[in-house]
Structure formats: C-alpha cells, structure tokens
Design a protein around this ligand. Structure first.
Ligand code: ATP
Ligand code: LTN
Length: 330
C-alpha cells in the first residue's frame, strides 16, 4: 500500500512562485509514488477576515492552479477542507489535548497576532486545525515550505500526546521540504519570506501574472551594492534570484556557478525572468483551459470530497471510541 501524503494551501491572496517552488512543485513530483490528498484550506483562511465573495472565488482559483500545475485528479484527491466536516470535528478533540502554551509559542501566531488589534481565537487554534487535517487521514508525509516546519513539529507533539493519553491512534507525520526553493524570499526585501498577504507591488511573482509583469518585477528585484555575481560573498537578494532560477530550470549548483559567476546583475535578472516566464507559460495556458470548462472544477472537488470522506469518518469514529465519546461503532 502506498504511504499517504497530505498538504494544503490557504485560498487567500494570489499564489506566488514561493508557494509553487516550496510546495506545489513537490506535490506534482511525488504524486505518483504516494496516495495524495491536496486540500484547499478555507477554514484556515478565515482565521483572518476574508471578504466572502472573494474567498468563494479564490477556492476555485486555487483548485484550478493545483490542476494546472500538474496535480492529476485521476491519481490524487483534490478537496476543500470545509466540504469534509470531520476536519473541524477532529480539530475540537485535538484542541482538548493541546496546551495553550504550545500554541502561544508559534512564530506565525506571534507575527499575525502582532499585526491585529484584536486577536481572534482561530488564529491561536490555527495549528491545531492543521494537525487535524493531517492526522485525520493518517498522513505519513507532509510536503510544505520551510515556514511550516514549526507547525508540523506541533502536529507531531499533538499526535504523540493524544497517543500517550488514549493509546496508539495516529500515524506520526514527517515533513518533506524541497531541496531548492524551501524559502523563497520577497523580491523587494530578501530578508522577508515571499508571502501572499504581503503588500507592495514588487514583492512577489504571482503564478498568474502576465509575462510583462513578471519581467518587470524580477528586473526591479533588490540585490546589493556589488555589480556582479560573486559566489564568495553572495548577498541574500542574489542568492534568492539564483534559487528561483534553479527551481524553474532544475540546474545543479555546479551548472549555476559555472554559468553565473561574474555575471552583471542586470543580465542575471534577465535570465531569471526568462526562466520564470518560460516555466510558467504551459501552466498558465492549462489554467485558462481548466477555468473555461464549465462544471469541471466543481466535479473534481465534489469527487475529491466524496472519496476522502470515508477515511475521515473512520478516524473520527476511532478517536471518539478512544476518548469515550458517543460513537455509533461501540
Ligand atoms: P500567507 O501570506 O497568506 O500566510 P503564504 O504565502 O505563506 O500565505 P500559504 O498558503 O500559507 O502561503 O502556504 C502554502 C504553502 O506554500 C505552504 O506549504 C508554505 O510552506 C509554502 N510557502 C509559502 N510561502 C513560501 C515561500 N516564500 N517559499 C517557499 N514556500 C512557501
Ligand atoms: N498552514 C499551512 C496550510 C495548511 C497545511 C495543512 C499544510 C493547512 N493544513 C495540512 C500542510 C498540511 C500553510 O501553508 N500556511
């Protein structure tokens, strides 16, 4: 039996090349080796206010992006988190075994909470819901970008705590990071992670940006005061551009060194822009085809939810039994 993989993205903002290189590209690569479930985590999205009509539209946009990037619905399940109520159901049970102190230590919580006047409880519970997404399907592998490593450690801590309180119930999930692009940095500020929620016109390359816009953003990327690529004193901005190039071309470190050593930043940026535009071109045309086909996406999402639901139900019933809750199976 193939090991199970689960991962997800929030339907907030525009998916960018960090989401692609950090997560989505890896999903596509491993999907034939595992039994994969790829989720659109709308319940996570609402931990900060989302305009309802926009959120609803974003859910389908993300689904179309998954498929356009190469997720094959004949092989992998693509589903929306809120379509399977067991995610929220299990999250409550896990909440009850999770110390608040564990949640208050999460870096993402601290950053997001600091940016709000009043902090919703959902923001604190966010990683418990993420643990529920994973443990619900007994996933063994979770392919994500580096910013999710701490949340995954917490998922394991929650699973371990549940297992030790109530007996072996959950598979321990492991984190899978890509070798290149695990943390793509902002093009306007190479000290900050590229992020959907960041403002600033020159921050990110969105996967659906037109080629001219991609070129403009990359040509304006922040580098440093040197004039050309020096691998002994590589600044964060240049290192980020090289990582993006590698992510899109698959070139090895040696190839990149041999090709870019001494190159002027202007030329480096042109080549990075060409690689990203060429890499996204087939993706963007598939995206347009997918959204033009009436009813196709809705069908994929309906089928995905239907197929994972029995797995989710099985875990929730097991957890209920273990905890002594009322279960129809006892
Ligand atoms: P937000 O800014 O709304 O929190 P985000 O850009 O961090 O969004 P998520 O939906 O939280 O995106 O992340 C989806 C996936 O993309 C996760 O696996 C995450 O680790 C990965 N990811 C996000 N940003 C980057 C990045 N800059 N580099 C590499 N991977 C990333
Ligand atoms: N927190 C993740 C999104 C997410 C996720 C998951 C990722 C929610 N549930 C389960 C992997 C597995 C993020 O990228 N912000």
């Amino acid at each position: 039996m193939k090991a199970r993989v689960l991962s997800g993205m929030q339907p907030t903002g525009d998916l960018h090349i960090g989401n692609y290189l950090g997560a989505l590209k890896n999903w596509v690569r491993i999907q034939s080796d595992y039994e994969c479930i790829f989720c659109i985590v709308d319940l996570h999205a609402i931990t900060v206010y989302q305009e309802p009509a926009r959120l609803r539209a974003k859910i389908e946009e993300i689904a179309a992006i998954y498929l356009a990037a190469g997720i094959d619905p004949a092989q992998s399940r693509v589903m929306v988190q809120s379509a399977v109520p067991e995610h929220a159901e299990l999250a409550w049970m896990l909440t009850c075994v999770t110390p608040v102190g564990w949640l208050e230590r999460m870096t993402q919580y601290k950053t997001k909470a600091a940016a709000q006047e009043s902090v919703g409880d959902g923001l604190l519970q966010y990683p418990v819901l993420m643990a529920a997404d994973i443990l619900l399907y007994q996933a063994a592998i979770v392919p994500v970008g580096e910013d999710q490593v701490q949340h995954l450690e917490l998922s394991r801590d929650i699973a371990q705590r549940f297992n030790s309180l109530y007996g072996e119930t959950f598979t321990m999930p492991s984190t899978s990071l890509p070798t290149v692009g695990a943390r793509v940095m902002g093009l306007d500020d190479p000290t900050a992670k590229m992020s959907k929620s960041a403002t600033g016109t020159n921050h990110a390359v969105a996967l659906l940006d037109p080629p001219e816009k991609i070129r403009k953003t990359i040509l304006r990327a922040t580098t440093d005061s040197q004039s050309g690529v020096d691998f002994d004193t590589l600044g964060a901005g240049v290192a980020n551009l090289l990582a993006i190039f590698q992510g899109f071309t698959g070139w090895t470190d040696e190839q990149v060194r041999a090709h870019f050593a001494g190159m002027r930043y202007g030329d480096l940026k042109k080549q990075v822009a060409d690689a990203v535009i060429a890499g996204l071109e087939p993706f963007q045309s598939r995206y347009r085809e997918i959204v033009a086909e009436p009813g196709y996406l809705a069908g994929v999402l309906r089928d995905g939810a239907e197929r994972v639901r029995p797995l989710a139900r099985e875990t929730v019933e097991l957890v209920k039994q273990r905890m002594g809750l009322f279960s129809e199976l006892v």
